[in-house]
Write a protein that binds this ligand. Structure first.
Ligand code: C5P
Length: 285
């Protein structure tokens, strides 16, 4: 039996540059893994793929992205499908935290170990991209520039150790709807060159200064203003929506500030977490 941790991600930067021929969008993102993790258990069973998930609201069959990842792994390797997948869910879904992609990444990394297939990270990322644009990053993890669909990854200096509060308003956001909204809007583009410069220097202040997420221009999350205000009042140095939302994250220099802010946000929101940056993606434990 194999156990794999699947860390969530936040977007320190997200810009939509245009439309690709395959219908996806060309992106420029800075992604960061955080230590809020799902836990995936993998074992060989009696043939076929079976999946159970601790959260009954998620599909437990071929519609689940983790199931699709297993199918893609077996197809790519030519191995007869045989996997029993159990997912212990901690990452909220439809949250902008890549919860599903993290599980898919963990399944591929875990099956590579279970079946001793010795696939390179690149090969696992290629398999992952077949089921979701964020899966390659969730395999690689850490602090990365992600381009094109999100699969062209370049590692940059790890984010300095800090405390990242995540607060998810109740209502989820559909990523497809968010991209459609962006297609129908004029977008002001944040300064990706200065952000890239800050990331390559490991310049924390620059990262906070040049961070941005264009989905904030097209996705209305009513709670965002008040969550950001609370984060600012408790000393956050950067507060921003992650991905297509609705989760808002706030970065703090001290644990005390982060915990005080989280305690305040917990009065209004169920899904509030104090996390820290981690430097890897899905990992066998
Ligand atoms: O690849 P994934 O399943 O995560 O994509 C979810 C939705 O976001 C899809 O509707 C896809 O078209 C859109 N998307 C996009 N461009 C990307 C990534 C996702 O248009 N680079």
């Amino acid at each position: 039996m194999i156990k794999v941790t699947a860390p969530a991600k936040i977007n320190l930067f997200l810009d939509i540059l245009g439309r690709l021929e395959n219908g996806f969008h060309s992106l420029f993102m800075v992604m960061q893994s955080v230590d809020l993790c799902d836990e995936i258990t993998l074992a060989k069973g009696n043939g076929g793929i079976s999946l159970t998930c601790s959260d009954a609201r998620l599909p437990q069959d071929g519609r689940n992205i983790a199931y699709k990842a297993a199918a893609a792994f077996f197809e790519a390797t030519g191995i007869e499908p045989n996997a029993v997948i159990t997912i212990e869910k901690k990452i909220p879904f439809e949250a902008g935290l890549a919860g599903g992609s993290a599980d898919a990444a963990a399944v591929i990394v875990g099956l590579n170990e279970l079946y001793d297939t010795n696939l390179s990270t690149q090969t696992m990322c290629d398999i992952g991209l077949k089921v979701g644009s964020d899966v390659p990053f969730c395999i690689e993890g850490g602090t990365c520039i992600a381009q094109n669909r999100g699969e062209v990854l370049s590692r940059v200096k790890p984010l300095k150790d800090c405390f990242i509060v995540l607060a998810k308003p109740e209502k989820g956001v559909s990523t497809a709807a968010a991209f459609a909204a962006a297609d129908n809007s004029y977008i002001y583009h944040p300064d990706s060159i200065r952000m890239l410069d800050a990331c390559s220097n490991g310049d924390f202040e620059g990262i906070c200064k040049y961070a941005g997420n264009v989905f904030e221009q097209v996705i209305e999350v009513v709670e965002r203003v008040s969550i950001k205000e609370t984060m600012r009042n408790f000393g956050s140095v950067l507060y921003q929506m992650s991905g297509s939302g609705p989760t808002v994250f706030g970065i703090f220099n001290t644990k005390e500030e982060a915990e005080n802010c989280a305690a305040e946000l917990k009065k209004d929101y169920k899904d509030v977490f104090v996390t820290r940056p981690v430097d890897s993606g899905a990992k066998v434990i």
